[in-house]
Ligand binder design. Structure first.
Ligand code: COA
Length: 381
């Protein structure tokens, strides 16, 4: 009997480029028009008119809160921000100079082990866990930052906004309103972004009907990569390597000669400017006028030089670097800051996936050998 012919290969899209893998009502990333929409609202509007509290409510519930709904949502976040002391004791046992994203990933996993409701997959129960996780991530990240500098952990202060609370817990003093507003806008801009790698990871884990904490742990692992969330740390390291505005041009030439990438440049979906970047640039500029201006100056020159050399647009991570630096946040915490913002988006996507689930299971095209004959172990060389 003749061997059946090998199956005709189906078209493959490397990196799933251009593949529409599902539907979502949470956010639209319009690559052609270079727009980002949360539940019908353009981020250009949201960033100036809504707080992270309002934006996270919008992502969770599909509509902006009324005044009383916002008061209740803020109360829930405020009440949920305290991390259980025995969970913080476990954080203290970890090697605190491990990457902050590895620490955060581990702590989310610990919180999953600690939560008696972790396996309850009723939507209301998942929503309760998600609200708590959004609230507690800033507390955990600030605690990581404090412990790394050998300083005592500061508990959250009820009544401060989500962004102000983070800066308070990290620095030990209430931030000036302009600094809290800057971080709040950063959180709004990074709260969600369609089927990006970490969100798709969270949805894939949820697709197997695994628990909320497993999906978030996996998402953090995905965001940790330098082609995704860690590009903000790498962008800051790049600015530090450049060091002075007059070193921008030599740096660009070196990077081109070495065929390396400029961190914070390029995007898979946007065919033009990343719509978040102009807002982050304006905020970094305003913060830079009162602090060390050189980081903004280097950034602006680099943006120009990379455009001249390679016509690459900046992405969300480029001006996030100087913005977060100006807020006094150590570079090692930058990607964890991204996770603080994205926790609302990940959670909303997990809830949406649960509400209408189908296992996510793509095909692969086999490229290995066929029809090999098994040689007994004793005869193999
Ligand atoms: N620096 C230099 N060249 C870049 C570049 C960058 N940041 N981003 C893309 N390119 C170039 C590639 O070298 C490649 O050129 P080539 O065809 O001559 O080799 C071309 O653009 C396409 O790159 P590719 O990696 O296939 O595009 P992608 O859609 O898969 O990549 C990113 C998207 C984000 C992974 C990519 O732009 C990148 O690595 N950026 C730097 C990391 C970063 O900022 N990540 C955060 C994303 S929000």
């Amino acid at each position: 009997m003749s061997t059946p012919a090998a199956p005709t290969p189906a078209p493959v899209s490397k990196g799933l480029e251009g593949v529409v893998a599902g539907t979502t009502a949470i956010s639209e990333v319009d690559g052609q028009r270079c727009e980002l929409i949360y539940q019908g609202y353009n981020i250009d509007e949201l960033v100036t008119k809504a707080s992270y509290e309002e934006a996270s409510y919008l992502l969770f519930f599909g509509k902006l809160p009324t005044r009383s709904q916002l008061a209740e949502w803020t109360r829930q976040l405020d009440g949920g921000r305290t991390v259980d002391p025995h969970v913080l004791e476990i954080l203290k046992q970890l090697p605190i100079h491990a990457p902050s994203m590895a620490l955060l990933r581990t702590m989310v996993s610990v919180m999953g082990c600690d939560d008696p409701q972790a396996e309850d997959d009723a939507l209301d129960s998942i929503r309760v866990k998600a609200i708590q996780m959004v609230a507690q991530t800033v507390t955990l990240v600030a605690a990581i930052g404090r412990l790394r500098e050998n300083k005592p952990i500061i508990p959250p202060k009820p009544g401060l906004s989500h962004a102000a609370n983070f800066l308070y817990m990290l620095h030990g003093e209430e931030p000036a309103p302009a600094l809290a507003k800057a971080l709040d806008a950063y959180f709004v801009l990074l709260a969600d972004h369609g089927f990006n790698a970490s969100t798709f990871t969270a949805r894939t884990v949820t697709g197997t009907k695994s628990d909320y904490y497993s999906a978030i742990t996996a998402a953090i692992g995905s965001l940790k990569g330098p082609l995704h969330g860690a590009a903000n740390c790498k962008a800051m390291e790049m600015l530090e390597e450049i060091g002075m505005p007059d070193q921008v041009e030599p740096y660009v030439q070196r990077t081109l000669a070495d065929h390396k990438r400029f961190m914070g440049f390029g995007h898979r979906v946007y065919k033009g400017a990343d719509p978040r970047a102009k807002h982050l640039k304006a905020i970094a500029k305003s913060l830079g006028t009162t602090k060390e201006t050189k980081w903004f100056v280097i950034s602006e020159r680099l943006q120009e030089a990379v455009w001249q050399a390679k016509q690459l647009y900046i992405n969300v991570d480029f001006y996030s670097a100087s913005l977060l630096h100006y807020l006094g946040i150590p570079t090692e915490l930058f990607t964890a800051m991204f996770a603080c913002a994205r926790m609302a988006g990940w959670s909303a996507h997990i809830l949406e996936q649960w509400a209408d689930n189908r296992l996510i299971r793509p095909l692969s095209q086999y490229t290995g050998p066929r029809d090999l004959k098994l040689v007994p172990l004793s005869d193999r060389t």
